[in-house]
Unconditional design. Structure first.
Length: 391
């Protein structure tokens, strides 16, 4: 099957963390014999065709200069860029136009269009008007909440969904948010199994309790991820602990300053952005993952932590509760410094609790076969039905 993939985030090279969860699915689909082409808006210094792990990717030029690609060159993606700069928003019409034109051009080659996030799905919907190819859409988080909360996004969602052969979401919690704008009950919202690379992420069976408990955060260092709340909570924690931030982001300098003002900078390590191939080792060196986000879709970093056998402390946003249910982690309310500090203290000071949660997490991934191969198998069936006209 020939699959044209549209997305607003994708790796520029092997090991790049941007949109790596989509890349993982595509690698598994390629291994099953499917042909793939990916179109993604380019970044500063990264435009044109290239191969990433044997997959053809067009990093689409939508501006005359590298600086003009600011919409897709900010850590945190297009939503973060639009929040940060009104100037970046001026590039949106050009990006949508170029994206749609490229989608229409290459859809002629494809059997099916697979669009990730609502923005890419708009380009896919326009391409479908010219090529009449079936389209499958996956919504991944903020887009579902925006469809529910904002009239403009709701109209865009309704327009896209009318042109879909299948609609998928990354969590059950997103389904009722999307359902009011799905045009017919005959088109169900499918929630496939979204996997994790268990060849990269697995428990450190040789790890023993050390003199210090090591926590880790991996992701975009921004207010949306609640890093300010996390640092304030850590400042209230007892016992011997260290904490590592892996990632970059628009609020990195402010976060470092906050750590200093809280007088915990000697316990905090900021090690910058790391490749997806390096992250598993940092996971295996840690004792727990903390994620204090104010909003999420289905955080892949939590899945990777579960597969690595880590205890997880996370805020109850998006589908996080689905992932850390049944004794796989501790949940707290967003923006609750005291509640987060209490949960972190339980993890830091109780080695047996950490081991119990970590063992439950690793067993959940293994016993349910939550892998990208399983995801590819499920999407293969979704694509087959879309091409055959079966809902």
């Amino acid at each position: 099957m020939k699959i044209l993939v549209l997305t607003t985030s994708y790796p520029a090279f092997s090991g790049d963390a941007s949109g790596n969860f989509i890349h993982s699915l595509l690698k598994s689909l390629k291994a099953r014999g499917h042909e793939l082409r990916v179109i993604v808006p380019g970044r500063a210094g990264c435009t044109g065709w290239r191969q990433v792990d044997g997959i053809d990717v067009l990093h689409l030029r939508y501006a005359l200069t590298d600086r003009g690609h600011m919409l897709t060159s900010v850590p945190g993606g297009i939503p973060e860029a639009m929040r940060r700069s009104k100037l970046a928003m001026l590039n949106l019409p050009a990006m949508v136009g170029c994206f749609s034109a490229a989608a229409a051009k290459y859809a002629k080659w494809a059997d099916v269009i697979y669009a990730n996030w609502l923005g890419a799905a708009v380009a896919g919907g326009i391409a479908k008007m010219f090529r009449n190819k079936p389209m499958v859409v996956t919504l991944r988080g903020d887009d579902a909440y925006l469809i529910h909360d904002r009239p403009l996004w709701r109209r865009a969602g309704r327009w896209v969904f009318r042109r879909c052969a299948a609609i998928t979401a990354v969590s059950q919690k997103m389904v009722p948010l999307m359902q009011p704008v799905v045009p017919t009950e005959k088109l169900p919202i499918i929630v496939p199994t979204f996997g994790v690379d268990t060849n990269l992420f697995y428990p450190n069976v040789q790890k023993s309790d050390g003199s210090s408990t090591n926590g880790i955060f991996i992701g975009n260092i921004s207010r949306a991820k609640g890093v300010d709340v996390l640092l304030n909570a850590l400042s209230k924690c007892e016992g011997q602990w260290r904490f590592t931030f892996v990632g970059a982001g628009p609020d990195l300098d402010e976060t470092k300053s906050l750590a200093a003002s809280l007088k915990i900078e000697n316990r905090i390590d900021f090690i910058g952005q790391k490749s997806i191939n390096e992250i598993p080792q940092f996971m295996r060196q840690a004792d727990f993952l903390a994620l204090s986000s104010r909003s999420e879709g289905r955080p892949n970093v939590v899945m990777e932590a579960l597969a690595s056998g880590l205890a997880v402390v996370a805020t109850d946003v998006g589908s996080t509760a689905e992932l850390v249910a049944d004794g796989r982690g501790l949940l707290v309310k967003p923006d609750d410094v005291e509640g987060l500090a209490e949960a972190l203290n339980r993890i830091i000071t109780n080695p047996s609790l950490r081991r119990e949660l970590g063992n439950n997490a690793a067993n959940y991934i293994r016993s349910n076969n939550i892998t990208w191969d399983r995801t590819a198998e499920e999407f293969e069936e979704i694509f087959r039905k879309a091409v055959a006209g079966i809902q």
